[in-house]
Design a protein around this ligand. Structure first.
Ligand SMILES: CC(C)(COP(=O)(O)OP(=O)(O)OC[C@H]1O[C@@H](n2cnc3c(N)ncnc32)[C@H](O)[C@@H]1OP(=O)(O)O)[C@@H](O)C(=O)NCCC(=O)NCCS
Length: 217
């Protein structure tokens, strides 16, 4: 067992708080992201190798696959291992956060950013998947995204957070607008899944606009 310092970021205006915690295994966290983002009904924590089996199950779930861009066939075991390893390897630029209810992990958020980059350091690209279909429409996706946006805009120096859902993904579009993303335009044939090209919507939240609308929430 090792004692280490954990940084916990609580959804709200209090900012990060630091405490000592005992952990059993080393988690693959880098200094740029808290060990835990408290999002009310859910929390966000960095992906670890222990998540491999559940990630494999989520990405191969026939109910999830049609919504998850690029997954037009089941993922093999080696491919899902590589899927996890890629996030652990990439370090600060590409991160995966696991969304957990008090009962169990239910999905993940991909976060792509270039901290410190002179031209692109202010950008963050997000993608989200609640991998347990039985947990859809319980408010978890909205809560996770709201907390992530708050952390990105108040603590991580991000000016613009964006995502690119398919035009046909009405639930995702609704959730993204609800948490503060705005539609900026249609990206024609931006998505290719299952032998079909699909249009996507460019949606973004800007720091000042978002804080004006949601900063006090
Ligand atoms: C999209 C996703 C992240 C949303 O998370 P979630 O936890 O299911 O969503 P929430 O419970 O927070 O919110 C659901 C909202 O969508 C609404 N909704 C559901 N189906 C809808 C539809 N067809 N059209 C419009 N709104 C819809 C619900 O009424 C609810 O709105 P409300 O909160 O205003 O009442 C999640 O469902 C998911 O991961 N789906 C599979 C993968 C996916 O689509 N990922 C996104 C890729 S861009």
């Amino acid at each position: 067992m090792a004692s280490c310092q954990h940084v916990v970021w609580t959804c709200g205006r209090t900012g990060p708080r630091v405490f000592d915690a005992v952990i059993l295994t080393a988690v693959a966290s880098a200094i740029d992201i808290p060990d835990l983002i408290d999002a009310g009904p859910v929390s966000l924590r960095p992906l670890t190798r222990d998540d491999r089996p559940r990630v494999h199950r989520w990405l191969n779930d026939p109910a999830v696959m049609p919504f998850w861009s690029g997954l037009d066939r089941p993922l093999s075991e080696p491919e899902s291992i590589e899927w996890v390893e890629r996030f652990l390897r990439e370090g600060v630029s590409l991160r995966c956060l696991v969304i957990e209810t008090p009962e169990r992990p239910v999905g993940f958020i991909e976060l792509s950013r270039q901290p410190g980059d002179r031209n692109y350091g202010h950008l963050a690209e997000i993608d989200i998947c609640i991998g347990e279909p039985s947990e859809w429409e319980r408010g978890y996706g909205s809560a996770a995204l709201s907390a992530l946006l708050r952390w990105l805009f108040t603590d991580a120096g991000i000016q613009r957070a964006f995502l690119q859902p398919r035009v046909s993904n009405k639930r995702a579009l609704h959730v993204y607008e609800k948490v503060g993303f705005r539609r900026e335009g249609v990206l024609r044939r931006a998505d290719y899944t299952d032998g079909e090209y699909n249009d996507a919507v460019m949606m973004a939240a800007l720091r000042d606009e978002w804080l004006t609308e949601f900063g006090d929430a």
